[in-house]
Design a protein around this ligand. Sequence first.
Ligand code: MLT
Length: 338
Amino acid sequence: MSYFTRFMASTAIALSATFISVGMADAKNFKIAVGDSGGSSQEATGVAFVQALEELSGGAHTATLFLNGQLGSEQDTVNEAAIGTLDMSILAINNVTPFSPTVGVFSLPYVILSLEDAEKLTQGPIGQELTENTIEDAGVRIIAWTYTGFRRLTNSKKPVTSVADLQGLVIRVPKNEIMIDTYKAWGISPTPMAWSETFAGLQTGVVDGQDNPYTTINAMKFYEVQKYVTNIRYIFSIEPLIISEQVFQELSAEDQQTVLDAGKAATAASAQFLRDKEAEIKQILLDEGMEISDPENNEEEFIKLATEAVWPKFYDSIGGIEKMNAVLAEIGRAPVSE
Ligand code: MLT
């Protein structure tokens, strides 16, 4: 080999090494905390996000899911993302509310009455405004929405079909004022507990029950420690994928767009997961021995007590009665007055 050929060959190797190292420096493997375990709606959103991110970035970027609260309680992950020590988290919106109160509108009882309502609200101007509020208030940006379905009450003691049946039960709720006040409106004082401690709380009998959607009850294997399910459907659970705003701002404009587009794909996949799987998962719960009942009178008693006591109390924190009416209008419902 001539000197020239050897020189060109070694230069080519050096150049390609430089390109590789530039590529590697930019390559990201985002760490995503996930509150729920495998088989959950949260996991479905996460998997769809990783797949879309890899495809849209031509394999340059990926992300790794850390399931089942391995990276801490859902509320802790918001703090960590805010300071940039965690890239992303998928968690229930009720666990974002303490950091950004206006998203509480999605946890007000009996506001969202269907998956279609949830899609309309999250993907329209209201969702955009709440996304901006969480950046401002909490230092995290919502980039995808998980639609997990209606939260259903479970307990280990007895069938519950009325507010009267609920009395005497010790029910775990997230550390969320709206949910605490909802149970108070139903006459009991619930026990606030982090999500990551809930299975153990149910198993040891510290609490008798909790509420979460079918897909979550199944993924978390709550049927091992809970027998009775009541379809109170008071909250349609929405569980965003958030990214640390600090991490987001460190990305190039092109990578930011890729992350946002991957988030859109994950949102669509989440709605599809719920449409495809919810009935099947309900059947799994029955096969595992759970008893599922509907409340008497179509939930009227639960609805009346919760909406009358809880909605007005939180108008201020969600941005005023006008905001409440904008949300109701968006989903074709009648306005409320003071
Ligand atoms: C909670 O109950 O704290 C959450 O809804 C749990 C979850 O993220 O699934």
